[in-house]
Design a protein around this ligand. Structure first.
Ligand code: SAM
Ligand code: SF4
Length: 365
């Protein structure tokens, strides 16, 4: 892994680069990032095979991870100076962070109108759902790939499905709405349960979103041939449901949404989203800026370049001047955002994609 070198003023790549915070997080291709993904930890209590190795990873030490004050500062700079309009907290598993509720409360106090969402695996959520709601969390995504305990244990290498289901129920009871369920399908493991999972979700008023498996597993076991594509997901669902395109504007959202009806029925049951990052990429509409748990900017999930904000933050006391230095470095990192990730053709001849060193859990999905 390496850091992005500062662009020398006047070099071709620096031409047009924002020189004032008001320009926001603009890149060379005219995209402006307004959606911030902030990872709170690299640690996790599951070992999903598409994300983590069975033995886990070498966790960061506490002093390598953003403190709650540093998190609040980055959010403040993003929202007040750089045009960030929504925030998603993720990880690793954000619920393992003991100060999660305080972090959310702090963000809410400073930014009363900012939509703040959380992506979690749901383990331990039952105990914390009400506190998260009370702290001001706006929305919740819970990742759950199957309704079958054995399959769950196979996929996540942990027997915690009951806890996840209890967490989702508790979140619903706490009034967190909407609740979205994220699912990754793995061929021959849980793909046959796709329609069942959708039936379960629409019955309860949850929006299910299938995410195409991306090459971000620590084991580097992903293959283009093996992944379940968006087209296949639609076919798997069509066995039980009619899907029609949701007429609402997509507006840069990663998920393509479909209205869901039982086959042959006109009754609208809900919607389902399909995030086709591999086969139908949406890079040209990307609005995301990512900060890892150790305070590095990643302009793209697949970026092989990282820009350290943490060392900069710790090198000087908080002041307008040190804020300005952080803002400039963040803008510089985003300016270098690649045009596209290039993974759609992996294994099919194109050589422009190299899997990043970091796995999904270490970036923040
Ligand atoms: N631990 C939390 C969770 O699982 O929801 C938050 C972090 S996790 C990295 C965020 C999302 O990334 C989850 O919905 C997970 O299913 C998804 N994810 C992880 N690895 C993936 C991969 N290789 N391809 C696609 N999605 C992946
Ligand atoms: Fe943990 Fe989420 Fe990765 Fe699963 S997907 S191993 S729950 S970080």
């Amino acid at each position: 892994m390496h850091s992005v070198p500062a662009f020398a003023a006047g070099t071709p790549v620096a031409l047009g680069m924002p020189t004032t915070p008001a320009a926001g997080l603009l890149d060379r291709f005219g995209r402006r990032a307004t959606d911030m993904r902030l990872s709170l930890t690299d640690k996790c209590n599951l070992r999903c095979s598409y994300c983590m190795p069975a033995e886990g990873l070498d966790w960061l030490k506490k002093n390598q991870v953003l403190t709650s004050d540093e998190i609040l500062r980055i959010v403040r700079l993003g929202v007040e100076q750089l045009g960030v309009r929504e925030l998603r907290l993720t990880g690793g598993e954000p619920l393992v962070r003991a100060d999660l509720v305080d972090i959310i409360a702090g963000i809410r106090a400073a930014h009363p109108d900012l939509p703040v969402s959380l992506t979690t695996n749901g383990v331990g959520l039952a105990r914390k759902a009400q506190a998260l709601k009370d702290a001001g969390l706006t929305r919740l995504n819970v990742s759950m790939d199957t309704l079958h305990p054995g399959t769950f244990a196979q996929l996540t290498r942990r027997p915690f499905l009951d806890q996840v289901l209890a967490g989702i129920e508790a979140a619903s009871a706490a009034g967190l709405d909407p609740i979205k369920i994220n699912a990754v399908l793995m061929r021959g493991i849980n793909d046959s349960g796709a329609a069942e999972l959708l039936g379960w979700a629409v019955e309860r008023g949850y929006e299910l979103r299938f995410i195409e498996q991306m090459p971000l597993d620590a084991d580097h076991g992903w293959t283009r041939q093996d992944m379940v594509t968006a087209a296949e997901i639609r076919e798997l669902l069509a066995v039980e449901f009619d899907l029609s395109k949701d007429p609402r504007e997509r507006d840069g959202a990663p998920a393509e949404r479909f209205e869901v009806r039982r086959r042959g029925s006109t009754e609208l049951l809900g919607t389902v989203g399909i995030i086709a990052s591999v086969t139908e990429p949406f890079c040209s509409d990307c609005k995301r800026t990512r900060i890892t748990a150790e305070g590095k900017v990643m302009s793209c999930l697949f970026s092989r370049e990282e820009t350290d904000l943490l060392a900069l933050m710790r090198s000087a006391p908080v002041s307008a001047e040190s804020d300005a230095a952080i803002i400039a470095r963040w803008q510089e990192a985003m300016w270098a955002k690649p045009k596209a990730h290039g993974m759609g053709h992996v294994g099919l001849g194109a050589a422009d994609f190299v899997q990043p060193d970091r796995s999904m859990s270490a970036i923040g999905g």
